[in-house]
Design a protein around this ligand. Structure first.
Ligand SMILES: [Zn+2]
Length: 238
């Protein structure tokens, strides 16, 4: 008996399962489900980013406003001080000028700070609006995602009996193959959808690499299982 024959039955069983699974993952509902999942992930990331920007901006705004209030409080004090000095005879004009300059600097700082606050407030309003849009879109997408998920589940449920039978067949076939070979086959299948490759003009039909004459001989004799050194596929002779 061909050494690979039990493996072929196992291979067919695995391929039948893969076919049904591929059918399930290629339905319109499943494709939409995957796309919605990606969009939801993107929206979640966007929401987190905007929330973080808003948290930091609000903290910065509080700090700027506190600074602004402090500066504003100083204005009447500085004006009072200026008036007082101006009313005194023994104060030099350079001292008066110094106080005036300080007041001008203070008013200038207040103006700059006010502009900063306005700019930050605008960016907060913009981020809040973007966050609102993101949340609103997220609600719609989540609703569609859940609906799509239900359809996918119905589709999966409808194929469940078939898959159960195919898995039983697979297990029966696996029992007829050595556990080592099943393990080897499963490992190759994890890498290649076509884990068995024919010997074709002394080449592996899977990766097209030329095989050593000694390897070709062993495959042709059919007394042992040979894998391609290059791609790992299990080789067979037609
Ligand atoms: Zn190969």
């Amino acid at each position: 008996m061909n050494l690979l024959q039990p493996l072929w039955a196992y291979h067919d069983a695995c391929s039948n399962i893969a076919r049904v699974e591929a059918e399930l993952s290629s339905t319109e509902a499943h494709k939409k489900f995957i796309a919605l999942h990606t969009e939801l992930t993107d929206l979640q990331n966007k929401k987190n980013k905007l929330s973080s920007i808003l948290d930091n901006s609000n903290l910065a705004l509080v700090s700027l406003e506190t600074e602004y209030i402090d500066l504003e409080r100083r204005v009447p004090i500085e004006i009072f001080e200026l008036d007082k000095k101006q009313s005194l005879d023994d104060v030099t004009s350079s001292k008066i000028n110094e106080i005036k300059n300080n007041l001008d600097e203070l008013l200038h700082d207040i103006k700059i700070l006010k502009a900063k606050i306005m700019k930050l407030a605008e960016s907060i309003i913009k981020a809040q609006s973007q966050l609102q849009e993101t949340l609103s879109r997220g609600t719609k997408v989540l609703r569609a995602y859940n609906k799509c998920g239900s359809i996918c589940k119905e589709e999966a449920d409808s194929k469940a009996p078939e898959l159960k039978k195919l898995n039983e067949v697979k297990n029966q076939c696996a029992a007829k193959v050595s556990p080592e070979l099943v393990k080897k086959y499963d490992r190759v299948r994890g890498m290649h959808a076509d884990p068995l490759a024919a010997l074709n003009e002394n080449k592996c039909s899977g990766c097209n690499v030329s095989l050593p004459t000694s390897t070709v001989q062993v495959i042709e004799e059919g007394n042992s299982i040979v894998a391609c050194d290059n791609c790992g596929r299990i080789l067979y002779c037609n």
